[in-house]
Design a protein. Structure first.
Length: 275
């Protein structure tokens, strides 16, 4: 098996997790900028975090033979303070051309507030100015449908944004069609407690097809499973899906989306240890 982990918050994970991922066939990991579990007190905290994502974590991942890529932003949970967000967004151009940066993310909405929406628009503008891919976080539970609609409206109203260069993550049964119909990619997040279980993700693949869809673990500092993608691949095999289809969903699809930026290059033989 080979797979790409397109959404993992590796700064929160242990070296054991890297070993498990490498032995399961992880070809690379992509790390969106995220909330630390607590609010950072200043833009300086983000400066250090962006250094961690672009300098230090790639070195840690490389010790286990896993290429590491990242996305930059201030996440929606810290976007209520627009002045802080403006300062952080002002730092992004200093980092955007670093070799492992894939684009702007995970941006989006958390509580669907007016300030969050303003900060989302600022991020979309930065992405458009620098011709970057975008990775979007959608809100939880009852805020998800409304938030997904607001996010799609914000993206569609900026004519510089091409939907095929945007992935909208954490889709569920009631938002996946909306996202795909609007021309965006859809990400399914495999969580043990919320978002989407492996069984639900496979149900969605069976109903909505396997084009422009990827799966991720979104593993972070909370309850989450770094091997959720290979676990789901095993579940697909149990349900009788072909090795070709499984490879498409967990490797070729993320490869296709991410290859839209020239920075996404995997070295020879990096199909994971088992490829
Ligand atoms: Zn995330």
């Amino acid at each position: 098996m080979r797979y790409i982990e397109p959404h993992g918050h590796m700064v929160s994970r242990t070296t054991d997790d890297y070993i498990d991922m490498a032995t399961a066939g992880c070809a690379c990991v992509c790390e969106p900028a995220f909330w630390a579990g607590f609010d950072r007190s200043s833009a300086d905290g983000f400066y250090d975090y962006f250094c961690q994502l672009t300098e230090h974590e790639p070195k840690r991942a490389a010790k286990f033979g896993i290429p590491h890529f990242c996305w930059l932003c201030i996440n929606p949970k810290e976007s209520e303070d627009v002045k802080l967000a403006e300062e952080v967004i002002g730092l992004i151009p200093k980092f955007i051309n670093r070799p492992n940066v894939l684009g702007i993310g995970e941006i989006g909405l958390n509580k669907n507030s007016r300030n969050e929406l303003k900060v989302l628009e600022l991020h979309i503008d930065v992405a458009a100015q620098h011709d970057q891919l975008i990775l979007v976080h959608t809100p939880h539970l009852e805020d998800k449908l409304k938030g997904t609609r607001l996010i799609i409206d914000a993206l569609k109203s900026d004519k510089r944004i091409r939907p095929e260069r945007v992935i909208i993550d954490h889709v569920e049964e009631h938002t996946i069609q909306l996202v795909l119909d609007a021309g965006f990619w859809a990400g399914m997040t495999l969580y043990p407690e919320s978002k989407c279980t492996p069984a639900r993700a496979i149900d969605m693949l069976e109903v909505y097809g396997n084009e422009n869809i990827w799966m991720n673990s979104a593993c972070d500092w909370g309850v989450s499973v770094p091997l959720a993608v290979p676990h789901t691949a095993l579940e697909m095999r149990k349900r009788g899906h072909t090795p070709e289809l499984i490879d498409k969903v967990i490797y070729k699809n993320p490869m296709k989306f991410l290859s839209q930026t020239a920075r996404f290059q995997l070295g020879p033989g990096s199909g994971g240890l088992n490829a």
